[in-house]
Ligand binder design. Structure first.
Ligand SMILES: [Zn+2]
Length: 561
C-alpha cells in the first residue's frame, strides 16, 4: 500500500521535473531525470537506511571513535558495502581506504604562559584564564615575542578590508578579536551572517600564513556567541590535527578570557573598549603593545591514523568521466570514554550514522541503475569530523579526482529520523550556480527550502562540505528543515531543541526501533536527483561571482589546465 502511494507520488514528481525543464535560463540546463535514474531513485529504501543506522550505532561499534577500534570497524563496514555494490575502490593502492595521518596533542602541566611588561610578568592560569595548543606538533616550543594587536586579524580584499596593512608580523604574537566587523550591509562580510573570516580557525591560519609564532584570541561571550566554558571544554585534553604537511602553524594558538585582555591593555596604558571600537574602522592599523608573550609550551604528542572510505562509479561519457559529483558523510563519532561511569558509549545514531545510511543508499541506487550518469560519482565517508573536519580536510587536499574537476559535493550530517519532511535545508547552495536547479527540484519534491535560521552562527563552516568548499568545490549539506507531515512547525523545532539539549554529542544519541527513516530516504532521493542532474548537465557547477570560495575554484582550475 505504502509502495503504491510512493510510486504515484514519484510519477507525479517526474511529470513536474519534465515540466520544469524550460525554467532555467540562467544555466541553460534543464532538470531532466532520465528513466533509468528515476527507476534507481525509487529503490532508495528507508528500511535499508535503518539497518545501516542500527548497525553503525550499535554498542559493539563503541561510538566509532577516530583512531579507535570501533571507528575502524565502521570504515570496514562501509568499504564492504561499497564492494558489494561493485563500486570502484579509489583509496590508497587500489583499496577503499585512504589513510589520514593525524597527531593528537595534549598540553602538559609543565606549560607556562606569561605576559611580560615593564611592570613584571603575569603567569596565566590554564583553562581559567587561557587555553593554548602548540600546532607545530613539537614536544617543546619556546615563545618569547612582542604582542601586536591586529584588530579582527582579517585580510579580505573582496570587502576592501585589511587589518594588517602590510605590517610585518613575522615572529610576533598577534592579539585579536573573534568574529568580524559588525554590519547590517549584506555586501559587507555578508551583513549579520558570519563569513569564514569571523571563525577562529581563519584567524589562526591567517596569523600563521603571515609568519606569526602565536595568536591570542580575545574571548567575549557576545562576540563569540558562546561562553568561555565552550572554549574551555573544547580546548582541554587531547586535540587532533592533521600531521604536518607544510602548512604554516603557530607555536601558541590560544584564547584568553576578556579580563586578561583588558588587563593586558591596561598594562600598556590602553583601554580595551577603545581598542575594540578602533578595530571596527577600515583605517585600523596594527598596534605594537609594550608586552611580550613568554611561553614554554610542553605537549604530549601521539601520532595515529584513521581512514576515509572512498569509492567511485565511473561516468558513462568518455570525456566527462574524468569529472565527478561527490557525496560525503562522516562516519566517526566521539567513541568510548572508559573512565566515565554508566553508559560511556557515544553511539552517534543521528550524528552521523544517519548520514552514512543515506550515503550508502545513494551509492546502492547509483550502482544498480541500468544507465550511468555522464560524469563519475564519488562516494566519500570521511573520518575525524568531530576532531575538526580533519578527514574531509585531508580529502580536499588529496582528492581521487582533481578538485577543479569535482562539480559538486553533497554532504549529509545528522539527518533526524522523524518522519516525512516538508522542508529541505540546503544552506550555502544559493551561493552556487546550481541553485536554480535545486529550487526546481525542491518544488518537484514538494519541499520548501528553509533558509538558515541563524546565519550569524556560521554553521556553514562547521561541517565537512566546508573542507571541500575551501578547495573550491561547490559544496553544501542536504538536510530536513523543521516542518514534518502531520505536525506543525513548532513540533519540529521542539524536537530539534530537545535533541540539542539532551542528546547531541551525548551517549544517549542512540538507535531506537521507533525511529522513522522516511525523511532520511527522502533526503537521499533528493540528493540522488541533484547529483544526477549535476553529473549530466553540460557545465561544471561554480560559485556565484564574488563568493568567498570563487578564488579557490579559479586557482585550482588554472592549476589543473
Ligand atoms: Zn556530525
Amino acid at each position: 500500500m505504502r509502495t503504491t502511494v510512493l510510486v504515484l507520488f514519484l510519477l507525479s514528481s517526474f511529470a513536474t521535473i519534465a515540466s520544469a525543464q524550460t525554467t532555467h535560463k540562467r544555466t541553460g540546463d534543464s532538470v531532466r531525470l532520465p528513466g533509468a535514474a528515476f527507476a534507481a531513485m525509487q529503490k532508495i529504501d528507508p528500511e535499508r537506511v535503518r539497518a545501516h543506522v542500527r548497525f553503525l550505532s550499535h554498542d559493539l561499534l563503541e561510538g566509532r571513535g577516530t583512531g579507535q577500534r570501533g571507528g575502524d570497524i565502521a570504515a570496514e563496514y562501509i568499504a564492504t558495502q561499497f564492494a558489494l555494490y561493485g563500486l570502484k575502490a579509489v583509496g590508497d593502492n587500489g583499496s577503499y581506504l585512504q589513510k589520514v595521518p593525524m597527531v593528537g596533542i595534549t598540553p602538559a602541566a609543565e606549560t607556562t604562559f606569561s605576559l611580560v611588561s615593564s611592570k613584571g610578568a603575569v603567569d596565566l592560569k590554564p583553562l581559567d584564564q587561557y587555553v593554548a595548543y602548540d600546532q607545530t606538533q613539537q614536544p617543546q616550543s619556546e615563545v618569547d615575542a612582542d604582542v601586536v594587536y591586529v584588530g579582527y586579524g582579517i585580510e579580505a580584499p573582496e570587502y576592501k578590508w585589511d587589518d594588517y596593512k602590510g605590517v610585518d608580523v613575522r615572529g610576533k604574537v598577534l592579539l585579536m578579536l573573534v568574529n568580524e566587523p559588525p554590519s547590517d550591509d549584506v555586501n559587507f562580510f555578508k551583513g549579520k551572517a558570519l563569513t569564514y573570516y569571523g571563525r577562529w580557525t581563519y584567524k589562526y591560519e591567517e596569523a600563521a600564513r603571515k609568519g606569526a609564532v602565536g595568536a591570542i584570541l580575545i574571548h567575549q561571550t557576545e562576540m563569540a556567541s558562546y561562553p568561555w566554558e565552550v572554549v574551555r571544554n573544547s580546548n582541554s585534553g587531547e586535540k587532533s590535527y592533521l600531521k604536518l604537511d607544510g602548512t604554516p602553524r603557530l607555536k601558541a594558538a590560544s584564547w584568553v578570557q576578556f579580563e586578561v585582555a583588558k588587563q593586558m591593555a591596561a598594562t600598556a596604558g590602553m583601554d580595551i573598549d577603545k581598542m575594540m571600537a578602533d578595530a571596527r574602522s577600515r583605517d585600523f592599523h596594527p598596534v605594537s603593545l609594550p608586552v611580550k608573550l613568554k611561553a614554554h609550551m610542553v605537549s604530549k604528542i601521539r601520532p595515529f591514523e584513521s581512514n576515509n572510505v572512498l569509492a567511485m562509479l565511473p561516468g558513462s561519457d568518455r570525456r566527462l568521466k574524468s569529472e565527478a559529483v561527490m557525496f560525503t558523510a562522516h562516519y566517526d563519532h566521539l567513541g568510548i570514554r572508559p573512565d566515565m561511569p554508566g553508559d560511556n558509549i557515544y553511539n552517534g545514531a543521528d550524528d552521523n550514522a544517519t548520514g552514512c545510511g543515506i550515503l550508502l543508499e545513494i551509492a546502492r541506487a547509483y550502482s544498480e541503475a541500468v544507465a550511468r550518469p555522464r560524469r563519475s560519482i564519488l562516494f566519500a565517508s570521511v573520518t575525524a569530523e568531530e576532531q575538526g573536519l580533519l578527514g574531509s580536510e585531508y580529502l580536499g587536499k588529496h582528492p581521487p579526482i582533481p578538485a577543479s574537476k569535482i562539480s559538486l559535493d553533497l554532504n549529509y550530517d545528522d539527518v533526524p529520523p522523524l518522519g516525512s519532511p516538508e522542508e529541505v535545508e540546503v544552506s550555502g547552495s544559493e551561493r552556487t550556480t546550481f541553485y536554480p536547479v535545486i529550487e526546481a527540484m525542491a518544488k518537484t519534491f514538494r519541499l520548501t527550502i528553509r533558509p538558515d535560521s541563524r546565519p550569524e552562527a556560521g554553521h556553514y563552516y562547521r561541517s565537512d562540505h566546508f573542507s571541500l568548499a575551501r578547495v573550491g568545490i561547490p559544496a553544501f549539506s542536504v538536510n530536513e528543515g523543521t516542518k514534518y507531515k502531520g505536525h506543525d512547525a513548532a513540533w519540529g523545532l521542539q524536537q530539534a531543541e530537545e535533541f540539542t539539549s539532551k542528546h547531541y554529542h551525548q551517549p544517549s544519541d542512540e538507535y531506537h526501533p521507533s525511529m522513522d527513516f522516511t525523511g532520511d530516504a527522502a533526503m537521499a532521493r533528493f540528493g540522488f536527483t541533484l547529483g544526477s542532474a549535476a553529473a549530466s548537465q553540460s557545465k561544471l557547477v561554480g560559485w556565484e561571482k564574488g563568493d568567498e570560495f570563487e578564488p579557490a575554484r579559479m586557482k585550482n582550475s588554472a592549476g589543473a589546465q
